[in-house]
Design a protein around this ligand. Structure first.
Ligand code: ADQ
Length: 465
């Protein structure tokens, strides 16, 4: 079996991946099975270093080599904060209003991708299979091809791809899409993303659709397909029955058998629709006063990208909304919102999911959303909680038995939450059974295998000439 090379912005030690969870576990597993190399940024920023240069570090973790590169401050600020998270993240989440199209960022983005490609190239073996992840590294294959790399290279976009006219707002949109044609396979989270890709390449660059998945432009053919990412359902169920999760559940069970718990868990990011969710909760208390002193919202929002102003502004907005809801509706013995600006330890998280009567997963846009799937995996099938899910999360294409909502519609979403709180047990059970079957049939192993099968199966003659 040929070696797997994973390239992603951050690299995790597969031996410690359980603590990091999610993707780290999935990729760590794939690498351990085949043996391979995981390559990316070290997470270290060197003050005063030279742009386009970075020290490389390697360590062995079983049959996986972890190789990382430091970034100097200027490269970090333009590649990571500036272009990746100041341009690509907001635009790909449909937020043109939040994008900062500073012309200086693109240079850093190209420079870092070029540097990483230069450092990776000498480490590659001729039959390695290369799998590049996410928006930070779109030009990686183009850089490798320019140095003569003929390997199979796949790309997976973890975030949404917006419709053509939104994508076209990025000054370098055509360059970015041309770069995607240096890959053999481009994977998206949802059918909606693939449809946007297909429309973009048809309208903007005159690509020819050879069939449902094959698009030809710039003298190359790329295979584009949806590979919705899943979770490791068994691993998550095992965590749910572990000591930490059970302790968490026991410590909260008593209070939340009297009051109903609504739960939100995410990074503090504007894509996740947090202010809208709090206003919806406020609406729920006004419109359905039987929830006063009876429904509590726990909102866990972990710190994220705090160096960017949009993120610190959002934090202030959220804190002010929590304060005003608690001030208006709270009692001496009940606070409607418990807001926590920290991470919850991964091993305890399933206990929290299991106490919750309703999960509020209401992003304004999300590539997939794994919290929705983790919540399902952690439920007790005999007495499951209800998932209220935004129709704008990629996960909504699969999780049709959730209560699907439009998070911009505060009134309508408040009605759906009320319905979730009142849902009879047989309906909760029936919905949960179908949701569980869905996350089981397309779990993280399915995702990895389907993507890698596509990558090893496609005709790559364009890149081998
Ligand atoms: P994210 O935007 O980070 O991921 P998500 O898919 O929900 O969103 O994954 C978050 C992970 O972090 C989950 O495993 C969750 O349990 C954990 N997590 C989040 N907040 C936490 C907290 N406060 N405490 C502890 N754990 C927390 C991006 C895309 C998504 C896509 C994933 C994977 O934005 O759309 O689903 O990649 O492709």
């Amino acid at each position: 079996m040929s070696r797997l090379v994973v390239v992603s912005n951050r690299v995790a030690d597969p031996r410690k991946a359980a603590a990091a969870g999610g993707l780290a576990v999935a990729l760590g597993d794939a690498l351990s099975v085949r043996g391979g190399l995981w390559f990316g940024w070290s997470g270290t920023v060197v003050e005063g270093g030279t742009p386009g240069e970075g020290e490389m570090h390697s360590q062995q973790a079983g049959n996986v080599t972890l190789t990382t590169v430091d970034l100097c401050r200027e490269d970090h600020d333009s590649y990571y904060l500036g272009y990746s998270n100041g341009v690509l993240w907001p635009v790909f989440h449909y937020r043109l209003d939040l994008a900062d199209f500073d012309a200086g960022f693109i240079g850093g983005y190209r420079r870092v991708n070029q540097m990483l490609a230069h450092k990776l190239m000498p480490q590659l073996l001729p039959d390695d299979i290369i799998w590049v992840h996410d928006y930070h590294l779109i030009p990686m294959a183009a850089e490798l091809r320019a140095m003569g790399c003929k390997n199979r290279i796949g790309f997976f976009l973890h975030i949404p791809l917006p419709p053509p006219l939104i994508l076209a707002a990025i000054p370098q949109h055509e360059w970015l899409v041309r770069a995607l044609f240096s890959y053999d396979v481009v994977g998206f989270q949802s059918e909606a993303d693939v449809a946007h890709f297909s429309r973009y390449v048809g309208q903007e660059v005159g690509a020819e659709a050879l069939d449902q998945h094959q698009f030809r432009a710039f003298g190359r053919t790329v295979h584009a397909q949806a590979f919705p990412i899943g979770i490791d359902v068994d691993e998550f169920a095992a965590l749910t029955h572990g000591k930490e999760a059970r302790d968490m559940f026991e410590s909260m069970k008593e209070e939340y058998s009297r009051r109903r718990l609504l739960l939100g868990v995410e990074r503090l990011d504007y894509s996740k629709g947090l202010p809208q969710r709090l206003r919806t909760f406020q609406k729920l208390l006004q419109k359905y006063p039987e929830n006063l002193n009876s429904a509590t919202l726990i909102q866990i929002a972990s710190p994220s990208r705090e160096a960017l102003d949009t993120y610190s502004g959002l934090r202030q907005e959220l804190e002010s909304l929590c304060g005003s809801i608690n001030g208006d509706f709270g009692e001496l013995d009940w606070m409607p919102v418990r807001y926590i600006h920290r991470n919850v330890a991964r091993k305890r998280l399933p206990g929290l999911y299991r106490v919750a009567r309703v999960a509020l997963v209401t992003p304004l846009r999300d590539g997939m959303n794994l919290v929705a799937k983790e919540f399902i995996a952690a439920q007790d099938p005999a007495d499951p909680g209800v998932l209220v899910l935004s129709r704008f999360a990629g996960a909504a294409e699969q999780l049709k038995e959730a209560l699907l909502v439009n998070p911009y519609d505060t009134d309508g979403t408040a009605d759906s939450i009320q319905r979730a709180l009142q849902m009879p047990l047989p309906e909760r059970q029936a919905r949960h059974q179908k949701l569980l079957a869905s996350i089981r049939s397309q779990d993280v192993h399915w995702w990895r295998k389907t993507f890698l099968d596509a990558l090893t199966g496609v005709d790559t003659s364009d890149h081998r000439r």
